[in-house]
Design a protein around this ligand. Structure first.
Ligand code: BGC
Length: 372
């Protein structure tokens, strides 16, 4: 009996030694004096994720390469204020509506809502002061098999032109299997539309050593949604087979990105398109795989969302100076943004972005890292 208790205690200790930990600390302040905090999740396999309260942003993600060297694999800034001064949604939680809404207009139950147009003629990523520029609250921080932080934000009825008070949480959890699980949840006081996602810019070479053109990408998507010249879906769901959008088997990003015979490449300046993830939305299923051949780092993403925006940092123009004073240039990162399709409020046959009072919105994303 005594032996069993001792063995159990020892097992408990071992389990603890391998547990992932969460630590909370200051992350400087904004120009207006607002204090920003960050929670760092660290596992026993060499990974750590830093999440800051401004924008519930994934500020850094350290992942070992095949030789065990740890590097940061997401673009971003060293200070919180830069995320506000030069916003490009680096690592941010985007809302209320990630991606575009045509002409900033949509109708709900017969009423037309007008949103700001901040991307040419369209509304992008929630407007002038979307969720990426809001201060989120830390609700809880915990260590254990999953090191976890829960952040929340309450968006007032009418904020940025959207109806309903929206209560949102973002939960980041890191385990010892090198899985970072991110879950967005929301409830509303009135019928509304929403599309919450994370906008991390991945560069698996680590600290942006190389651009992403040599990355091998697989997208579990037999179809994508073509767009017009302002990147609004035409409504078509097009088979990727025989096009430069066929990533059903692994392809180098750079192999076909300059093939401007396809007007879709012209519109996006490369890849900036929503792919329809195979299988059933609402079920966690594989969506994407990215392999960086030199470091050997591999990212596999599983999602519950119906779509995933594949964007190759086409609008990074060398005027963004990120962590460690690195200039970010076109093609320096891959964004994989799971959500409903762009402009879904204006496409009755797209998966719905509508949320009613009493319903719970959930968008789950799992980022799993390994090496090859
Ligand atoms: C969009 C791009 C945009 C980028 C940063 C992506 O989600 O698809 O067109 O430039 O976000 O704003």
């Amino acid at each position: 009996m005594r032996y069993t208790i001792a063995a159990a205690a020892l097992l408990g200790l071992c389990a603890q030694a391998h547990a992932a930990t969460a630590t909370r600390a200051g992350f400087g302040q904004l120009a207006d004096g607002t204090k920003v905090e960050a929670v760092t999740l660290t596992n026993s396999a060499g990974m750590s994720a830093k999440i800051m309260t401004l924008g519930a942003t994934l500020q850094s993600l350290v992942v070992p390469d095949k030789a065990g060297h740890k590097d940061d694999v997401v673009l971003g800034y060293d200070t919180a204020q830069e995320y506000l001064s030069r916003p490009d949604y680096f690592g941010a939680s985007v809302g209320r509506y990630a991606n575009r809404i045509a002409k900033g207009k949509f109708a709900l139950d017969g009423k037309t809502y007008t949103l700001v147009t901040n991307d040419g003629p369209n509304h992008l990523h929630g407007g002038t002061k979307g969720f990426d520029k809001r201060m989120w609250k830390i609700d809880s921080v915990s260590s254990g098999p999953d090191a976890k932080v829960v952040l929340s934000y309450v968006s007032a009825d009418g904020e940025e032109g959207y109806p309903g008070e929206l209560k949102v949480t973002a939960t980041y959890a890191l385990n010892d299997q090198n899985e970072l699980r991110l879950e967005y949840r929301a409830t509303t006081s009135k019928p509304t539309v929403l599309n919450l996602t994370n906008h991390s810019y991945f560069n698996l070479s680590g600290n942006d050593a190389r651009d992403v053109m040599g990355n091998m990408v697989t997208l579990h998507a037999a179809r994508f949604t073509p767009v017009n010249a302002t990147l609004i879906p035409t409504g078509e769901r097009k088979a990727v087979s025989g096009t430069v959008f066929d990533f059903q088997t692994a392809h180098r990003v750079g192999d076909r990105i300059r093939d401007a015979r396809d007007p879709q490449i012209r519109f996006g300046r490369g890849y900036d398109h929503n792919f329809i993830v195979d299988g059933n939305a609402g079920t966690l299923r594989p969506a994407a795989r990215v392999e960086e051949p030199v470091s050997g780092r591999v990212l596999e993403m599983s999602v519950t969302a119906p779509g995933i925006q594949f964007y190759t940092g086409n609008f990074l123009d060398g005027t963004y100076f990120g962590k460690g004073s690195r200039a970010y240039r076109q093609g320096d990162a891959i964004c994989l943004e799971p959500g409903v399709f762009p402009d879904s409020p204006n496409h009755a046959d797209f998966p719905t972005s509508r949320l009613n009072p009493g319903q719970s919105y959930v968008n789950t994303i799992v980022y799993k890292f390994s090496t090859k």
